[in-house]
Design a protein around this ligand. Structure first.
Ligand code: C2E
Ligand code: CA
Ligand code: CA
Ligand code: CA
Length: 274
């Protein structure tokens, strides 16, 4: 049965499965986050280091609690997935990112992270198509990043949603490659445009063995004709490695930190220049 929350607002059933008070408080914050304006988006450039241009910007969600204190995505995203609030949050993120980046002409391409929960919703592709046509945007200017944290390759419902999105013309990117349990079966199940290699592989590159391992992963992905982004570039040594192995696309604090549009770190049209 549906429970009634504070002020008689609707509370998701799944809230009952949230273990402690902290999670239940967070669930209430999340449910009201969009209408109370507690959410914002920051964007991090994905740099084409060969051309010296911005390939795209990745959208990252930020949440403030009632006291104004920021709550990190690693805390609130899993709770939003369990309560179902991620459906509303995710839609808000796509609509806002398209407006702030594409309509405003800040960059030519924007990527937005999507959860498995969103991909299980059959009406999701229709929503995405609606936003694109309403804002008169080219579908290929939007990329959706999905992670390996769940096994999509055996979930026919999710695969159907992904193909519907691809028929619209939206790009589907595989995020955090190499970290999930599903592993290689994903590359067989879905025709990705681009694969993002998790930052841990670049971090372990200081050792000869780590560098060799990353090169093996790069061969695998590139042999399948996919574009590659190396995540988590933090040092000039890592930049040198990137050039050595001819990876043109990269993302990380060294190249640009996540920032709001028109934020303190950005200035005019130069805001996402390398
Ligand atoms: P992700 O999609 O892998 O995003 C990259 C994370 O690494 C971001 O953390 C980013 O701020 C951080 N990062 C970027 N460059 C560097 C670097 O050079 N070094 C290090 N150490 N970290 C770097 P953030 O913003 O805290 O997000 C964490 C995760 O939360 C994201 O990982 C993503 O899985 C999830 N997330 C964020 N926003 C959304 C969203 O709108 N929807 C969904 N479903 N998930 C989101
Ligand atoms: Ca991502
Ligand atoms: Ca990632
Ligand atoms: Ca991650």
């Amino acid at each position: 049965a549906k429970a009634n929350g504070r002020n008689g607002t609707h509370v998701f059933d799944a809230q009952a499965s949230l273990t402690d008070n902290e999670d239940r408080n967070l669930a209430v914050i999340l449910e009201q986050a969009v209408e109370r304006d507690h959410l914002s988006l920051v964007y991090q450039p994905i740099i084409d280091v060969e051309r010296g241009s911005v390939h795209a910007v990745e959208t990252l969600m930020r949440l403030r609690g009632a006291d104004g204190v920021p709550i990190p995505p690693s805390i609130f995203i899993p709770v939003a997935e369990r309560t179902g609030a991620i459906i509303q949050l995710g839609r808000w993120a796509i609509r806002t990112a398209c407006a702030e980046i594409l309509v405003a002409g800040v960059a030519n391409k924007v990527s937005v992270n999507v959860s498995a929960v969103q991909l299980r919703e059959a009406s999701f592709p229709l929503f995405v198509a609606g936003v694109l046509s309403e804002m008169k945007l080219s579908p290929s200017s939007l990329a959706l990043e999905i992670t390996e944290g769940f096994d999509i390759s055996s979930d026919s419902k999710m695969l159907q949603t992904v193909s519907a999105l691809q028929r619209i013309g939206v790009e589907i990117w595989l995020d955090d490659f190499g970290t999930g349990y599903a592993g290689l079966s994903w590359l067989q199940a879905v025709e990705f445009t681009l694969v993002k290699i998790d930052q841990r592989f670049l971090q372990s590159c200081e050792t000869e063995e780590g560098a060799k391992f990353l090169q093996d992963i790069l061969h695998l992905v590139r042999n399948r004709g996919l574009s590659v982004v190396l995540e988590g570039v933090e040092t000039s040594e890592q930049m040198a490695f990137l050039r050595k192995v001819n990876v043109p696309l990269a993302q990380g604090y060294y190249l640009g930190r996540p920032a709001p549009v028109g934020g303190a770190q950005s200035r005019g049209s130069a805001r996402f220049e390398a």
